[in-house]
Design a protein around this ligand. Sequence first.
Ligand SMILES: NC(=O)c1ccc[n+]([C@@H]2O[C@H](COP(=O)([O-])OP(=O)(O)OC[C@H]3O[C@@H](n4cnc5c(N)ncnc54)[C@H](OP(=O)(O)O)[C@@H]3O)[C@@H](O)[C@H]2O)c1
Length: 313
Amino acid sequence: MTTSDTLRYTRFHGAHGSGAIPAVGFGTLIPDPVATKQATKAALEVGFRHFDCAERYRNEAAVGEAIQEAFKAGILQRKDLFVTTKLWNTNHRPERVKPAFDASLRRLQLDYVDCYLIHTPFAFQPGDEQDPRDEHGRVIYDPGVTLVETWRALERLVDDGHCKSIGLSDITLEKLREIVAVARIKPAIVQVESHPFLPEWDLLEFCREQGIVLQAFAALGHGMEPSVLNDPVIAAIAQRVHKTPAQVALAWAVQRGTAFLTTSTKPRRIQESFDISALPEDAMREIRERITTSVRFNTVVETGVPGFIPGTR
Ligand SMILES: NC(=O)c1ccc[n+]([C@@H]2O[C@H](COP(=O)([O-])OP(=O)(O)OC[C@H]3O[C@@H](n4cnc5c(N)ncnc54)[C@H](OP(=O)(O)O)[C@@H]3O)[C@@H](O)[C@H]2O)c1
């Protein structure tokens, strides 16, 4: 049983090579590199130890600088951190995986990552254009590679030792089952949109059975409408337990057994999102049983096109 003081330090012991995964994670999907660096520094200072990055965010170098500065200042050591980054859709062909991975490591100034995810199960036309489109504006997919072939290339990265664990993102339960069935190295993390309006209970159940950590992105609903934070059930619980609605949504995520990612560029909110405390059991039950709104904010699972990156929809 987790006590209110330790919820924020919860670690899930991943079954597949990842070691202890901090449940509380900071996402770096921040368009501006200067803001990315500042936010990453603020997150490190308040206590976040899990950072989610991606080649597609085009700001790994800014995250890397913030981390290096923290190392140099003696705030923390590499072993204290859990860093994830992701392979973008245009690099699914096996021969492109290692170069893409090495480039991410270089930008992050790290010699290993704790987890490497396939950003989405959709392969796009290989090349330097991250968002390849035809003359009608339609995404150009790559029929020349399967997800299993890409997974095999990620398994080889683990063999090489620069990647502690591997996983998938924006994946459906059906596709996840297919990979789990053939994987030599099982996914450690599955990162999908999840919040009180999209709890993904079936996926969570499968992940639990398989020793996979389900990681919820958009844990606060990405600041979109309908607002998770203005939901009357969440708001009433927040009042009752003297926490903010954001802290309620994030505590719920950890207590039900998911890791989460949240993002802000505002130091006060970064601190707030780290300062979570356990909710009473009745609050957990109310969120599960009384919230009826059902929304997916990000359609990336349908197309591979990331809905939250400015300019991509
Ligand atoms: N795998 C994927 O395809 C995928 C897709 C999307 C995201 N992600 C990952 O998940 C991370 C988190 O996603 P997200 O940005 O959608 O998360 P989120 O935390 O649900 O949404 C962030 C929004 O909530 C606001 N916010 C943050 N903290 C708050 C607080 N304490 N109180 C009130 N509002 C708050 C932020 O506004 P301010 O910035 O103004 O504070 C921002 O508008 C990303 O950075 C990325 O690493 C992955």
